[in-house]
Design a protein around this ligand. Structure first.
Ligand code: SF4
Length: 349
């Protein structure tokens, strides 16, 4: 059982983050934020796939104003990602965003920072301090290690907010390098109690990015670190959401949709397991309720796993045994496996 770090709870719109709230799954839009309609369409598709919080880049005033239309067209909390320009932050807040990602130290004028923080406080909108290893302040002590530099950069931003009596804070310290990321998160977790948004930045396209993100986030989560996450992939954003849930599910931290247990196949395999798994995977994509489905390729090791699932099939030569909640319920012809499984799954919903 994973013991989660105790963090200060905050609220991003209607999604609780930190404390004992479930670890939430976020993504970021890949549309031009100025194109409000395209952005709304993408966010709603993400929400349909389980995305709980969405972040949009805000490169200019037109994008900041578009957030108002976007906010009205979606049903999950919206975070504005802002760099340097305090006017964009003020406009985003006016547009009704539920969170800001903003490093206050990058806004040089304390008076401008104070204006943004005051407005965020009035609206009870949290601010995420997001430190990336690739864009650290140049005046940090060169003798510090990279993780220490990341922590020091985050603490500088945190102190600015705390000095303005603002504590609706969330922190992230992302790097591409997994050991660097782990060390940075472990260190900051010992110093502050704010909730942590975790991720491995620029982790790459699907295959490599998934492995890197899973290793990095899996270790952090297993150590109890992380209150919300984003898997950053050079892929369609729904892939990020899917991966986020799979990481959480693999550590039993969330239950969401179907889990497919399937054997890797071997010389004993007596059916087209790969084809069957592909078809079942596609069919189960729309199911959001937790459901464990096992597809096994032979009668040697198959029945054990198949019995352990909510619904399982152990294939034999030309036929297969179907198990439901551990009990063998029928023997079906190979050609009927998929339709029989679907029938049973539909009966379970
Ligand atoms: S379940 Fe059977 S077919 Fe599948 S990998 Fe194991 S031994 Fe091979």
């Amino acid at each position: 059982m994973i013991k989660r770090r105790i963090s200060k709870p905050i609220q991003i719109g209607d999604v609780p983050v930190g404390g004992d709230a479930p670890i939430s799954v976020q993504s970021m839009t890949k549309t031009d934020t100025r194109d409000a309609q395209a952005t709304i369409t993408q966010i709603n598709e993400l929400a349909d796939n389980g995305c709980e919080i969405i972040r949009c880049a805000v490169p200019d005033m037109e994008a900041a104003r578009a957030l108002k239309t976007i906010r009205k067209g979606i049903r999950i909390p919206l975070i504005a990602d802002i760099h340097f320009d305090y006017r964009l932050a003020l406009e985003a807040l006016k547009s009704g965003v539920d969170g800001l990602r903003l490093n206050p130290g990058n806004i040089c004028d304390p008076e401008k920072v104070s204006q943004v923080v005051k407005e965020a406080k009035n609206r009870q909108v949290p601010i995420r301090i997001g430190v990336n290893s690739g864009s650290l302040p140049e005046d940090l002590d060169i003798k510090l290690s990279l993780p220490d530099k990341m922590v020091e950069a985050a603490l500088r931003h945190i102190r600015i907010l705390e000095d303005l009596d603002f504590d609706l804070i969330k922190v992230s310290l992302k790097a591409f390098d997994v050991p660097t990321t782990l060390e940075a998160y472990r260190k900051i977790a010992r110093i502050v109690s704010y909730p942590l948004h975790i991720g491995i930045t620029e982790s790459g396209a699907a295959r490599r990015g998934l492995v890197r993100s899973s290793v990095g986030m899996g270790i952090l989560l297993n150590e109890g670190l992380g209150d919300t996450l984003r898997v950053s992939l050079t892929s369609p954003p729904c892939e990020e959401v899917f991966a986020g849930y799979e990481i959480l599910k693999s550590l039993n931290l969330r239950q969401f949709g179907a889990t497919i247990v399937s054997c890797p196949t071997c010389g004993r395999t007596e059916a087209d397991v790969a084809g069957l798994v592909g078809e079942i995977d596609e069919y189960l994509a729309s199911i959001k309720k937790p459901l464990k489905v096992a597809v096994m390729g032979c009668v040697v090791n198959g029945p054990g796993e198949a019995r352990d699932a909510d619904i399982g099939v152990a294939c034999g030569q030309g036929k297969a045994v179907i198990f439901k909640k551990g009990i063998q319920i029928k023997v079906v012809k190979e050609a009927d496996i998929l339709s029989e499984l679907k029938k049973e799954i539909e009966g379970m919903n």
